[in-house]
Design a binder for this molecule. Structure first.
Ligand code: PMP
Length: 366
């Protein structure tokens, strides 16, 4: 086997041992003679896979009992619309706060405005090309919710802690956790809804996990079609229609891997911190050469972004990385330069190999 270290932003690297489990179970799942992809979602075997994944996720992320766990599809992008439709509809304030920390903000507010929700700009980092998380968030007392993106995949910034009730003006948080879901413990105290596609930290693409406080269903409108309502998924164990069964199975394996092999979310958080430090230490050791995009106290532990002072070196670095089987390091066009996505499944050895290469690159080009 010759696996590369894959720094792709998502879909992203998965734990090799989980892929091996999938491989070994693929043709004959639990002695049934068929694969997990080929069986009814309403059968006993899949029902157990589903139930175990939900129970393990609740334990792993310490999700309180008054929250439901929903398995949906359509990615975070669909949640950009479902959140305003269901949480800021006719029964509540048609106004919601949004914190602008990067490109996803434009899409989230567009979706909200399309369904007639007034957007309140609670804070923004736009003036500095989103190189930090705003320190001051202006809450307002009449907001249906306050929306944030906990980790900004493109710019490489991350909320170090979630806004408190005081900061959000007592509005519950709706959080796009796409790129740091299950990478560290989650403080549920001020959360109304947290959503994430699984394709970065927690599985293949095609599954969106939504964790929602049960009190929020009463805001839904009867005019919203069933498939677009959170309560439909809650009432039907996420099986009102056919769910993405293979993805739920794979997600369940990752949750188990985090729970049993990585020391839970506290364990993986410590591991992720160590991994990110390997890379940020190299950047900090030569700040005139490696121009980190994020300011230090907003740095993401999931996506490290930098440019070379001499931007001609970007491609040279990528070519050398390619030779070393360090894949997926090209930065997003809105920041340029390099981006190392180092989600849960990136081993420390991958970060160490990248850090080593960065040091050698500095020696020969600095
Ligand atoms: N939000 C964030 C923070 C993301 O990183 C992404 C995907 N890169 C999205 C939303 C969009 O997610 P999806 O493609 O699952 O709709």
């Amino acid at each position: 086997m010759n696996r590369a270290f894959n720094f792709s932003a998502g879909p992203a690297t998965l734990p090799t041992e989980v892929l091996e489990t999938i491989q070994s179970e693929l043709l004959d799942f639990q002695g049934t003679g068929i694969s997990v992809m080929e069986m009814s979602h309403r059968g006993k075997i899949f029902d157990a896979v589903y139930k175990e994944s939900v129970a393990n996720l609740r334990q792993l992320a310490a999700i309180p009992e008054d929250f439901d766990i929903l398995y949906m599809t359509g990615g975070a992008s669909t949640q950009f619309a479902l959140a305003p439709i269901n949480l800021a509809g006719p029964k509540t304030a048609k106004k919601a706060g949004y914190v602008n920390t990067g490109s996803w903000y434009e899409k989230t507010i567009k979706a909200a405005q399309t369904v007639g929700v007034e957007v309140f700009d609670a804070a923004s980092s736009k003036g500095s090309n989103h190189n930090h998380i705003p320190k001051e968030i202006a809450g307002a007392s009449d907001l249906a919710y306050l929306h944030i993106t906990s980790n900004n995949t493109i710019f490489g910034t991350q909320f170090q802690s979630l806004p408190s009730a005081k900061e959000s003006g007592d509005a519950k948080l709706v959080i796009d956790m796409s790129s740091d879901f299950l990478s560290k413990p989650i403080d549920w105290s001020n959360i109304g809804v947290a959503y994430a596609g699984t394709q970065k930290n927690a599985g293949p693409s095609g599954l969106t996990v939504v964790v929602i406080h049960r009190s929020l269903y009463e805001r839904e409108s009867d005019e919203t079609p069933a498939m677009f309502r959170y309560s439909t998924f809650a009432k039907n164990d996420s099986m009102y229609n056919t769910p993405p069964t293979f993805q739920i199975y794979a997600f369940g394996l990752i949750v188990k891997w985090l729970l049993e092999k990585q020391g839970g979310l506290t364990g993986i958080a410590a591991h992720n911190e160590k991994k990110a430090k390997l890379i940020y230490d190299v950047i900090d050791g030569a700040p005139e050469f490696f121009k980190g995009h994020s300011v230090t106290d907003s740095r993401s532990l999931m996506n490290a972004t930098w440019n070379f002072a001499n931007t001609d070196l970007n491609q040279v670095f990528l070519d050398g990385a390619n030779d070393r089987r360090l894949d997926g390091l090209k930065g997003h066009r809105s920041v340029g330069g390099l981006r190392a996505s180092i989600y849960n499944a990136m081993p420390a050895a991958g970060c160490a190999a990248l850090a080593e290469y960065m040091k050698e690159f500095l020696k020969s080009n600095g």
